[in-house]
Design a protein around this ligand. Structure first.
Ligand SMILES: Cc1ncc(COP(=O)(O)O)c(C=O)c1O
Length: 367
């Protein structure tokens, strides 16, 4: 019998930190029967022959055994596909979300905080808050460029343990540029995590910066190239950093199913590359088509999504009208003042992009 002297809410209040009680859990929108253009997934599946080959491999997976804690075979494939030199180490996470958490846990308690630009990927702030790590955000400019002066000055006053920079940035889709990234790394005594989640959709690849700086690690993910369901994030780092992060990482964090499936998918990386190349082409078509709507401002993007602003109506209203037309996009109004009246839309297959444009055509008169 539970002791009812104390009500459950009193117990919760007594035991759960106020910062956590004050948070809202990360919300994922219900997507049943909708065209999902809200979470940057790859819309394409594998060719049937490839699916069959994969299923045959799965038949032999030993679910009764723990997964390989070091996942060496998977790391070998990742090194090959990502062109990682032997002297750098890989740390794998259950999505790059988990890598952000591992990095944050490793610096928790140092009294130094986490710093990120805003708007950017919300997990940097959320994970800091959950772990009770001080967090500081530095606003981008109106056009979502990196405000270098403001950022360097904040780095100087806050002296953060970690700076997270996503390039291309989510949800703005732009690159900050190598020169600015270098200036940040050079002016930071803490660790800079360069998050290249959208690498497959841009010409920018800053892996070579690892050769120049010992306070830099590079974070990548397989989620945006078609393997979001696997949950596999990759941190590329010098051994001194990977050694520490591996102590924080739970030993069996990448399941056997993820390991064998990712090895298989990486052996067929050409299929994934063809899909992402196609999405890059669709991005420029979709960009052009969206700019035909006078009521929308559309920002150019180096990622697999486009940020738009509704100029003459409420973005919240447009979001729900699109939903009534069977299309789910991400409403960003209210997330940050710079994202006022903004929506983020995935670049998807030809038919899904056409469905989006047709719905918008009904909702907004063309130029
Ligand atoms: C910039 C950035 N980093 C990391 C992630 C997390 O990716 P995952 O946990 O799926 O690897 C996302 C997801 O949207 C993102 O936009």
């Amino acid at each position: 019998m539970p002791n009812n002297q104390e009500s459950i809410s009193n117990r919760v209040d007594a035991l759960i930190r106020p910062e956590i009680r004050g948070l809202s859990a990360y919300k994922v929108q219900a997507a049943e029967n909708l065209i999902k253009l809200d979470t940057m997934e790859n819309p394409y599946h594998w060719p049937q022959g490839m699916v069959e080959e994969w299923l045959t491999i799965l038949q032999n997976v030993e679910l009764n055994r723990y997964p390989s804690p070091e996942a060496e075979e998977l790391k070998q494939q990742l090194r090959r596909v990502m062109g990682v030199q032997d002297h750098y180490q890989l740390v794998l996470g259950n999505g790059s979300d988990e890598l952000i958490q591992i990095i944050a846990m490793a610096v928790a308690g140092t009294k130094r905080g986490i710093l990120a630009v805003e708007p950017s990927f919300v997990m940097y702030r959320l994970i800091a808050q959950v772990l009770g790590i001080p967090y500081a955000g530095v606003d981008l400019t109106e056009d979502f460029e990196l405000d270098l002066e403001a950022l360097l000055s904040k780095i100087e006053t806050e002296n953060p343990a970690v700076v997270f920079l996503a390039q291309p940035n989510n949800p703005t889709g732009n690159l900050f540029g190598e020169e600015k990234v270098r200036r940040v790394i050079e002016n930071c005594s803490g660790l800079v995590v360069l998050d290249e989640a959208y690498l497959a959709f841009t010409e920018s690849d800053l892996l070579h910066l690892l050769d120049d700086y010992d306070n830099l690690v590079i974070m990548r993910t397989l989620s945006k190239v078609g393997l979001a369901g696997l949950r596999l994030g990759v941190l590329i780092a010098q051994q001194e950093w990977s050694e520490q992060f591996n102590k924080v990482r739970l030993p069996y964090n990448i399941s056997v199913l993820s390991q064998v499936s990712a090895v298989f998918a990486l052996q067929h990386y050409d299929v994934l590359s063809q899909q992402t190349d196609l999405l890059r082409k669709h991005r420029s078509d979709l960009f052009k088509a969206l700019t035909q709507f006078e009521q929308l401002k559309v920002w150019p993007s180096e990622a697999n999504f486009l940020l738009i602003r509704a100029k003459q109506q409420s973005a919240a209203e447009l979001h729900s009208q699109l939903k009534e037309h069977g299309i789910l996009v991400k409403l960003l109004d209210g997330v940050h003042p710079l994202l006022e009246n903004c929506l983020r839309i995935n670049v998807s297959s030809e038919s899904e992009n056409a469905a989006l444009l047709s719905a918008l055509g009904k909702l907004l008169p063309a130029k």
